[in-house]
Design a protein around this ligand. Structure first.
Ligand code: SAM
Ligand code: CA
Length: 278
């Protein structure tokens, strides 16, 4: 049931030929389990291509998106999503159902100052900019300015560019620089982390100082296409395996961190919402 129609059909025929060959008395045979590196293992594209989401149901996923996500999605966000549709790394775009939840959280807490780690073409950045007041500010960090340029004209057209301080850099040195200024400690209401999974624990430690008590740190992709619950990662390619390992690590770390209240939400690719307690 995890496979798309093409894979299902191929699998059906592979099962058929295996059974046929095993029953063929005219031949001697040997089934050798080879796996070329990278081949025959699932990629991030394979897993996102199924359109089933974490619900493992194409129909239910579609129902949620078409009933209450797409009809309520602000026009500039739709435009940015469409502008990213032909981008080679389009699977990185924040899921719009997760986006709707983040927009609700930002409004609910009257967030004014935020940090974003991992901008890509700017979907979550634009939804944050649309959700905070006119004098609100976002420190947005990503070393890929080229991807940000895809969304920038749409951000400008939406009239929210003045709220954004885009910093082209690796995130850790920027967070450390912010922390050198004692006035910045506890000065942010909200942080969204959607970048290199192997640094999530490092980001968490720094953001716990930069975000105020009562503020939120939201982590994306914390259910890693549902693979966190798989017994084995051998079906996944190296990219997926490496990140899955680090997602498992941050999930365990957050679950044990008594400094936060937390909620793991199965929207998009899994959002973990952490509220700083002290
Ligand atoms: N939040 C974005 C959205 O709404 O579409 C998606 C972000 S995308 C999944 C991850 C981004 O993190 C990429 O653009 C990548 O360049 C950036 N990134 C990866 N490692 C990073 C690092 N060490 N510091 C800053 N950004 C990083
Ligand atoms: Ca993401």
């Amino acid at each position: 049931s995890l496979l798309d129609d093409h894979m299902k059909l191929q699998r059906h025929h592979v099962l058929k030929i295996n059974k046929f060959l095993a029953a063929d008395t005219r031949i001697q045979l040997s089934q050798v389990p080879t796996m070329e590196d990278g081949a025959a293992r699932l990629t991030v594209r394979d897993l996102s291509k199924t359109d089933m989401g974490l619900l493992q149901s194409k129909e239910l996923n579609q129902y949620i998106l078409e009933t209450n996500v797409y009809p309520r999605e602000p026009e500039p966000l739709k435009e940015l999503r469409n502008a990213t549709a032909s981008h080679p790394r389009k699977h990185m775009l924040t899921a719009p159902d997760g986006g709707a939840l983040m927009a609700l959280l930002l409004r609910l807490m009257n967030a004014k100052k935020t940090i974003e780690i991992g901008v890509y073409t700017g979907y979550s950045l634009l939804l944050t900019a649309l959700s905070i007041p006119d004098d609100g500010k976002i420190v947005a960090i990503d070393m890929d300015r080229e991807a940000f340029m895809v969304g920038l004209p749409i951000i400008q057209k939406a009239g929210v560019e003045h709220k954004i301080d885009f910093i082209e850099s690796e995130a850790i040195p920027i967070l450390d620089k912010l922390l050198e200024d004692p006035k910045k400690e506890g000065s942010f209401d909200y942080a969204f982390v959607d970048a290199d999974k192997d640094n999530y624990v490092n980001y968490h430690e720094r953001l716990m100082k930069l975000v105020r008590i009562g503020g939120l740190i939201v982590f994306d992709n914390t259910l890693w296409a549902g693979t966190v619950a798989w017994a084995s990662d051998s079906l996944l390619d190296d990219y997926m395996q490496f990140r899955r390992h680090h997602v498992l690590k941050i999930n365990k770390f957050l679950a044990e961190d008594t400094r936060i209240q937390l909620s793991q939400v199965p929207v998009g690719d899994g959002l973990t919402i952490c509220r700083r307690l002290y």
